[in-house]
Write a protein that binds this ligand. Structure first.
Ligand code: G4P
Length: 274
């Protein structure tokens, strides 16, 4: 982690703007709290990835909440559509002053240099691949760029560093860990499946009860059960006898694959328009 932070700090000197990626389903849990300190006052665009999996209303609330904090934000679905034009335009508007100062000094127009930063699995490579049309190696021309690093040309006006900045998620509390586990941000088994399964059941019963009822054909009596009893009932329904860890894994997979619909685990209340 210390090495990753050092590399990110070095790379930050090379760029004009940071694209910070967070998972639209967990915009809070997937943010490393160190990032603000590292980025300092460098222009910064929040990109909410995997918005195709998140609750659209919540995504809008989050975008407004970030904007209210002075952080411009957009949501993307990198698997389907990501408009290089939109990202380029936003980067240009955030850097308008710097670019006009350079033009006034008579400097030649150049592409904006950006880096993507985020926790593992948040979608950095997918977004990079989407944004990039062709590779342009400029290593020789760029002082300070580590050998092997390259600028990837997104458009004539935007270049991206090919090495994304990686930060690890921080989870001091159990719930954040469960949110990361449920969305697949943490792949390894750091959490007991049944704990994550119970957290998921409780969450969906609270915020998206109808999708749970529809997916697993829950009766009215099922809906009255406690979370633990409902997990036991689903375990039997899945034909897994009393192996509720396996049943939890099945529930987790269903949720990750979007079989229970779009959801946002980190809830954000409505934010007033300016
Ligand atoms: P990273 O570089 O930050 O580590 O993440 P990466 O791009 O490798 O993406 C991690 C997983 O998230 C991949 O799925 C990728 O397809 C998926 N992903 C990235 N962006 C989006 C998005 O906007 N929407 C959706 N639905 N998924 C996204 P995977 O299962 O690991 O691989 P794959 O089989 O999908 O390629």
């Amino acid at each position: 982690m210390a090495k990753a932070i050092r590399q990110l700090e070095e790379n930050l000197h090379l760029v004009d703007i940071v694209f910070e990626l967070v998972d639209a389903r967990i915009p809070s849990a997937s943010r490393n709290p160190e990032i603000e300190r590292l980025i300092k006052d460098k222009p910064h665009l929040m990109i909410l990835t995997k918005s195709d999996l998140a609750d659209p209303e919540q995504t809008q609330n989050w975008i407004k909440a970030f904007k209210a904090k002075g952080l411009p934000a957009i949501a993307v679905d990198s698997k389907a559509n990501i408009t290089t034009k939109t990202v380029t335009k936003i980067a240009q508007s955030l850097l308008a002053q710097k670019l006009s100062d350079e033009a006034q000094k008579g400097l030649k127009e150049r592409p904006i240099r950006a880096i993507t930063v985020g926790i593992p699995n948040v979608g950095k490579s997918t977004l990079l691949n989407r944004l990039v049309n062709k590779r342009v190696a400029q290593v020789g021309d760029t002082p300070g760029v580590t050998k092997g690093q390259q600028w990837l040309r997104s458009s004539s006006k935007l270049s991206l560093l090919d090495t994304p900045g990686i930060l690890w998620p921080k989870f001091d509390d159990e719930q954040t860990g469960q949110e990361l586990a449920l969305t697949g941000a943490i792949k390894e088994q750091r959490f007991a499946s049944d704990d994550v399964g119970l957290y998921a059941l409780h969450f969906f019963r609270t915020y998206y009860p109808d999708t749970l009822v529809d997916r697993y054909k829950l009766s009215e009596a099922d809906q009255e059960l406690s979370d633990v009893d409902l997990l036991l009932k689903l375990t039997k329904q899945f034909g897994m006898k009393d192996d509720y860890d396996r049943a939890s894994d099945r529930l987790i997979q269903d949720i990750r694959k979007g079989k229970l619909g779009r959801y946002t685990l980190n809830r954000m209340g409505a934010v007033e328009d300016d």
